[in-house]
Design a protein around this ligand. Sequence first.
Ligand code: ZN
Length: 218
Amino acid sequence: MKYVKFKNHSEQVPIGKLVCVGRNYAAHAKELGNDVPEFPIIFLKPASNVIYSGESVVHPSYSNNLHHEVELVLYIGKDIKDATDETAENSINGYTVGLDMTLRDLQFEFKAKGDPWTLAKCFDTAAVITDVVLKNDYQLKGDENISLSVNEIVKQNSSIKNMIFSPVEIVKYISARMTLEKGDLIFTGTPEGVSRVISGDKIDANIENIGTITTQII
Ligand code: ZN
């Protein structure tokens, strides 16, 4: 079982489900040839896919196009169903940085066939996170810088203000369809600049005032 790691807090919370939002930055939807969505696009990853900053992403042998996606991750600290603006905000107890590692070649093949993307998004080490910063310690301003570099070359560099759907809108949308539970993590989508990584590459991913992930591809 995987547990949430916190900054300045020692509670033991098992990680529940990872709910991910696709195409939440217009420039990223465009770079993959997609329209900007009217509603959030939602998919899941299992908690067993999680590794922490400092551990390595294992490149699956059956893909030739592993991509990085840096994302703001919401930590759900209270069970929530049918959230309102207020209860959605109250259910988000903290934030962290996440990497939604994606097998882009498989994703395009599945999309072309109309099949689910599951195996393009779910594999061991496909979700990298770091310590959760609780809201008590830091209130999100909404315009924090979000960036990622590969071998010290900047690939992604944007602001979370460019998100199409806000954290509250995302929690309202998901919780109207499935209960969110304490320990769930919501990956809120990636800005433009996703690119291929190969074995030996080093990734540094950062969100201003939230944290940094360092990982290597093996
Ligand atoms: Zn993503």
